[in-house]
Design a protein around this ligand. Sequence first.
Ligand SMILES: [Zn+2]
Length: 149
Amino acid sequence: MRPDAAGDRGVTLRCAFCLKLNRLDMDRAEDRPLCGECSRPFLLDRPVKLSGDDLERVVRDAGVPVLVDFYADWCGPCKVMAPVLDELASYRVGELLVAKLDTDANPQISASFGIRGIPTLILFRDGAEAERRTGALPRDALDQMLLAG
Ligand SMILES: [Zn+2]
C-alpha cells in the first residue's frame, strides 16, 4: 500500500494483536477501522499505546496532530491525567491522535525526547514538537495547549 493511500489525514499504527502496520484514515476513525491482516478493530477514541520503536515513525508520518502522554504506571499525577486524556481522545476522535508511551518500558526514547518529569505531554504537528507541558493538566489547560500548538 502506498503511504498516502489513506489520504492526507492518515496515521500508520501497529495492530495490537497481530503487529501488522496499518495506514488508517482518520476521517473514518469513528468507524473503528479494522486491521487489514487480522480484522480486529483499531480503537482510536481512546489513547493508543505506542512502543518506543513506533513513536518517532508514527509522529513523523501522521496526517493529524499527535498528542503523546509520557507516563509511568506508578505515577500518581499520571493516573489523574488518564481519564482526562480518555475523554479528550473520545471527544476529538479523528481530529487528533492521542497516544501514550510508558517511560519505564522505553527509557532510551524518553531520554531522547528530554523527558525529565512525568506526566509530560508533547503535541506534535507535521512531525515536529509544537507544544510541551509537564505535570497533570485539567481539561481546559489541555484544550488551550492544543489551540496554542
Ligand atoms: Zn491485526
